[in-house]
Design a protein around this ligand. Structure first.
Ligand code: MG
Length: 166
């Protein structure tokens, strides 16, 4: 049985923060503000995976007032969610991401991010797609005040899945 999930997230850009997107540290004078490392890409990805499995949203599992997650690496949200899906018999088929950022320009790192996310998700690179759009100068994203991300994920209930594959 196939199931689909969608995720969306937005974080504000501000000074004195590292910019971490899709698990990659990106050289930029400003970073995303949030309780964790504010990796908007991995938060949207986690929500898409949780949504596909009917497991609520990222705030249910990782409350943003829990000191345990202060400045934490958001890759743990994805890895833990994958384990939960695996325990329920699901594996990920593919994910498609769109990142909305006026700056920095993400074209040069899209492929690197794709490969990094594929490794994180234990997927072939062609099962992960990363698209980047600017805000066309419109709204908070267009003024480079924020970065947003949308993700859609397809998962499959596979009775032959090895729950220890992670
Ligand atoms: Mg978030």
């Amino acid at each position: 049985m196939f199931r689909v999930g969608i995720g969306h997230d937005t974080h504000r850009l501000g000074p004195d923060r590292p910019l971490i997107l899709g698990g990659l540290k990106i050289e930029h004078p400003r970073g995303l503000i949030g309780h964790s490392d504010a990796d908007v890409v991995l938060h949207a990805l986690t929500d898409a995976l949780l949504g596909a499995a009917g497991l609520g949203d990222i705030g249910d599992s990782y409350p943003d007032n829990d000191p345990k997650y202060k400045d934490c690496d958001s890759q743990m949200f994805v890895t833990e969610t994958l384990m939960r899906l695996s325990e329920l018999g699901y594996r990920v088929v593919n994910v498609d991401l769109t990142i909305f950022a006026q700056e920095p320009k993400l074209g040069p790192i899209k492929q690197q991010m794709r490969e990094h996310l594929a490794a994180l998700l234990r997927l072939a690179v062609d099962a992960v797609n990363v698209k980047a759009k600017t805000g066309e100068g419109v709204g908070a994203i267009g003024r480079a005040e924020a970065i947003g991300c949308q993700v859609i994920a397809l998962i499959l209930n596979d009775p032959f899945i090895d729950p220890l594959f992670l």
